[in-house]
Design a protein around this ligand. Structure first.
Ligand code: PBG
Length: 328
């Protein structure tokens, strides 16, 4: 055999599991995952969501059991989404002190004080038209919406939220929420801003889960155009200046370049939202036997982290420990 003189043989470090693990650059840990939880107003029931196998809308009592399971599986951060019975034009169930989220916050804090409680602060689930703000003549108004977001954030903080996560893509939302939290004595409540949120088809299954499909038009006048990258940096820097504590990019999988670019430009922790459509695609392919679910999920989540996400919000969070175990 002729001897080939190679300067580099990367395969030396791929020889076995031990050496592969030794040089592994990206590691997933449940401590950096957030699980989304949907809560409805019914009693003793969990309603399955046909487009998201394995995900449910929980009544308050069932939610508690689910949270306990998450905690046992080392997921100690949750982001709550409410499905109220009452929808109107002012999203009044979003800021009602007895609203579904406010009740859920109190319940979780009472039974699991160590759970990190994040609230999605948006109005679409609470508006009869399904848009994320006040609507006038078929337009979503920015500044009047801020006032309602402030009210919602303060009432979420008052009922126990540790982190407020405004997701409506209204200009100035971080600034106005920060100042009303401070004015109301909630200086220690953090803000995780959905700073870079694209108008995406991948939210489809979520809108079934959260019953928040816009009744007319779309969200393109407030969510970002998927074609834009520099605008993402602008949005992230604006929210950093306005007082956000964590910046989020959403969705994750089709936006890995955006995650990497935002990471380069901000000095805050970066979260990525691995959204409903990303979950459902893998579930559907796996159900058809077209893909190995555990391997595909691990590869996807690793890619999101490798791109620069410090934190991942994912519907797979609840299964993460089992997925990591299965891939050993
Ligand atoms: C509320 C909100 C949405 C998602 C999170 N918060 C839907 C939307 O903007 O239409 C999507 C989450 C997902 O798809 O998993 N504005």
């Amino acid at each position: 055999m002729t001897k080939i003189d190679l300067k580099s043989r990367p395969r030396r470090l791929r020889k076995n599991d031990v050496v592969r693990s030794l040089v592994q650059e990206t590691i997933l840990t449940p401590a950096q995952f957030i699980a989304p939880v949907f809560i409805h107003e019914g009693k003793e029931s969990e309603i399955s969501i046909s487009s998201m196998p394995g995900i449910y809308q929980f009544s308050l009592d069932r939610m508690l059991k689910h949270v306990e399971e998450l905690y046992k599986n080392q997921i100690k951060s949750v982001i709550l989404f409410g499905i109220p019975d009452q929808k109107d034009k002012e999203a009044s169930s979003a800021w009602n002190e007895n609203g579904i989220i406010q009740r859920a916050n109190k319940k979780i804090k009472k039974h699991f004080p160590e759970m990190l409680l994040i609230n999605d602060t948006c109005l679409c689930e609470y508006m009869e038209h399904g848009h994320c703000g006040i609507v006038y003549e078929n337009r979503v108004l920015n500044d009047p919406t801020l006032e309602i977001l402030e009210r919602t954030a303060v009432s979420q903080a008052a009922s126990g939220a540790d982190i407020i996560a405004p997701s409506g893509m209204m200009d100035g939302m971080v600034r106005s929420i920060r100042s009303s939290l401070d004015q109301n004595g909630f200086q220690d409540v953090a803000i995780m801003s959905y700073a870079v949120k694209y108008a995406s088809a991948f939210y489809g299954p979520f809108r079934e889960a959260a019953e928040s499909i816009p009744q007319f038009g779309d969200r393109k006048s407030y969510q970002m155009n998927p074609a834009n990258k520099r605008e993402a940096i602008h949005e992230a820097l604006t929210d950093e200046k306005e007082g956000a504590d964590i910046i989020m990019v959403k969705p994750a999988m089709p936006y890995l370049d955006i995650i990497a670019a935002v990471k380069e430009n901000i000095n805050l922790p970066l979260a990525a939202y691995n959204v409903s459509g990303e979950y459902s695609m893998i579930k559907a392919a796996a159900q058809n036997g077209w893909i190995d679910e555990n391997k595909a999920v691990l590869e996807m989540l690793t890619g999101i982290k490798r791109a620069g996400a410090d934190i991942i919000i994912s519907y797979f969070a609840k299964d993460l420990i089992q997925i990591l175990e299965a891939n050993k």
